[in-house]
Ligand binder design. Structure first.
Ligand code: HC0
Ligand code: SF4
Length: 566
């Protein structure tokens, strides 16, 4: 710790590892392209240079503060270096910004503007490399890659997978997926975290479903139905400058205006998942079988388990995710009730997640040859459709989800943040075993730490439980369980940092601050909702009764559960 002077302002520093962090702490912005506070430091882009007395121009991301240091973040020399860096990056960059999916969110575009880069001495690149569109979730445009390496680092460090890597050196340097094969051939689990850290449009979500959805909406033969997941409701407003606030009821209005015939809440089937999964858990506890139970609603985690831990597949809950439970309800039951063939119903979901695009296309999730969920929009893509439809979002009136699957409990909303599925299960189990009335709030499941472990007592049962997010942390936890060091009966896994609020399809500022803000909004929604535990959802209880003669039986198992492929 000590004091440093930045632009004449004396600042105390404690454990900040670099000058950049000290400056940002007091609201002095230094531009960066290759830096992320949660990843290792590369010092590759040189945009974060500052001038330090007696040390000259240095990268602020890789220089530690020392007592008495005097730093200038915007001197003439510094800005000259930054302009040069930006010009060189732009020289080798496809500058078709108007048609880029990241236009408006791109940091290179922003800094070129901020630093007044006008005429470039170099023409736009003329030889364009082909795009990798092989993945259902992610598109890579190599012509927009600035080689910052954030995708390489996030996939290796946070997910422990290492799909991306550098190839060649010097001016021929490139970033490629494993073995230089198309992304779809790699071990990629489609989480989209590389999109979330990419500063440009080199990595974006595969948004090809937008056109399909417009076509379905315009097709008079199709009944188009939309469901919206828990996490987007606290983030979609960011795309309209509203910040991380609950916009659920405005989104319902917007989706109706876009042309959806019915708008439902994925929280309804999150409650359904809680009931099916909790009973599965209780019956495994009684039999002492397939423990610990691992949750299975995160498709990134499911694919990871299939690729890297086939021995754990019998421990995964057999429940479909809420997205796919809703798909099943709609195509297998609700369509029939309306007298519609499953092929004539088009089901869309709005998800914070790029892996949900892949999950929807898994061959097991079909009814009479039609996909249960036909198309998946990320939060960002849903906002784009709202804009394309000419809807002024911010002044929209609010409206309710459709009947007869309208109710949603606070516990289902919690699914959108790390720890939420576990808390829902605990609430359900406590309610069921203890006939507990009233609210059951859980402490240990909350917060952004990547691994949370606790023992809780539910009546006579002592439950050892774990909640984990990020697959590197998950891998570490699995090692502890398999070595016998840790004894737990249930584990909630979400592949993305912070759970779904930090999904790869969420608005671009996908850092810890935003994840926390979104999660706290989700807890706020739960606190306000009167319906608290999954079993409080009366609409759901009626649907269970009407379609399957109750819950957790042979027929719900057939329609609402799945199997995994080693
Ligand atoms: Fe999630 Fe879901 S909560 S995975 O985190 O379980 O994507 O938001 O929709 O399916 O409900 C994502 C979010 C969902 C599902 C739900 C679960
Ligand atoms: Fe790695 Fe996830 Fe990107 Fe796939 S989507 S390359 S797993 S970070």
């Amino acid at each position: 710790s000590g004091k440093i002077t930045i632009n004449g302002q004396i600042i105390d520093f404690t454990d900040e590892k670099n000058i950049l962090a000290v400056a940002r702490k007091v609201g002095i912005d230094i531009p960066t392209l290759c830096y992320h506070p949660e990843l290792t430091i590369a010092g590759a882009c040189r945009l974060c240079v500052v001038e330090i007395e007696r040390m000259g121009v240095q990268a602020s991301c890789s220089t530690a503060p020392t007592d008495g240091m005097v730093v200038y973040t915007n001197s003439e020399k510094v800005n000259r270096v930054r302009k040069m860096v930006l010009e060189l990056l732009l020289a080798n960059h496809d500058r078709e910004c108007t048609t880029c999916d990241s236009s408006g969110a791109c940091k290179l575009q922003k800094y070129a503007n901020d630093y007044g880069i006008k005429r470039l001495r170099y023409p736009n690149r003329t030889t364009m490399a082909p795009l990798d569109t092989s993945s259902l979730s992610i598109v890579r445009d190599p012509n927009k890659c600035i080689l910052c390496g954030l995708c390489v680092r996030v996939c290796k460090e946070k997910q422990g997978i290492g799909v991306w890597d550098f190839k060649n050196r010097g001016s021929r340097t490139d970033i490629v997926a494993a073995m230089d094969q198309p992304l779809s051939e790699s071990a990629c689990i489609n989480c989209g975290q590389c999109i979330a850290v990419c500063p440009t449009g080199a990595l974006t979500s595969n948004s090809s479903s937008i056109q399909e959805i417009w076509a379905a909406i315009r097709d008079p033969k199709k009944t188009v139905v939309c469901q919206i997941a828990p996490a987007p409701r606290a983030a979609l407003g960011e795309e309209f400058g509203l910040g991380s606030v609950d916009v659920t009821k405005k989104v319902v209005t917007a989706l109706r205006k876009i042309g959806f015939d019915k708008v439902f809440d994925t929280v309804f089937t999150a409650d359904m998942t809680t009931i099916e999964e909790s009973n599965e858990f209780l019956s495994r506890l009684v039999k002492g079988e397939n423990l610990p139970l691992f949750t299975s609603c995160c498709p990134g985690w499911v694919k990871y388990a299939e690729e890297f831990h086939p021995e754990l597949l019998s421990n995964l809950s057999s429940c479909r995710s809420p997205q796919q439970m809703f798909g099943a309800v709609l195509k297998k039951k609700y369509a029939k009730e309306l007298g519609i063939a499953p092929q004539d119903m088009f089901v869309v979901s709005v998800m914070p997640c790029t892996a949900k695009k892949y999950e929807a296309k898994r061959p097991e999730f079909t009814t009479e040859g039609a996909y249960d969920v036909d198309a998946v929009l990320t939060t960002v893509e849903a906002a784009r459709m709202i804009k394309e439809a000419g809807i002024i979002f911010n002044t929209l009136e609010e409206s309710e989800f459709d009947q007869p699957m309208q109710q949603a409990t606070g516990s289902g909303v919690l699914f959108g943040t790390t720890g939420g599925v576990m808390e829902s299960v605990i609430r359900y189990v406590a309610g069921k075993l203890l006939n507990a009335e009233g609210r059951v709030d859980v402490e240990f499941t909350r917060g952004m730490e990547d691994t949370k472990i606790a023992s809780i007592n539910v009546g006579d049962n002592k439950l050892n439980l774990a909640v984990v997010n990020g697959l590197s942390a998950t891998e570490a936890l699995i090692q502890k369980i398999q070595s016998g060091e840790l004894d737990v009966q249930a584990v909630e896994v979400m592949a993305c940092p912070g759970g779904c609020v930090g999904g790869g399809g969420q608005p671009f500022q996908n850092d810890n601050e935003h994840r926390k803000a979104r999660a706290s909004e989700i807890y706020g929604i739960d606190a306000k909702l009167e319906l608290h535990k999954a079993q409080d959802n009366e609409d759901l209880n009626k649907i269970f009764e009407k379609y399957w003669g109750g819950c957790c039986n042979h027929d719900t198992h057939h329609d609402l559960h799945t199997h995994y492929n080693p």
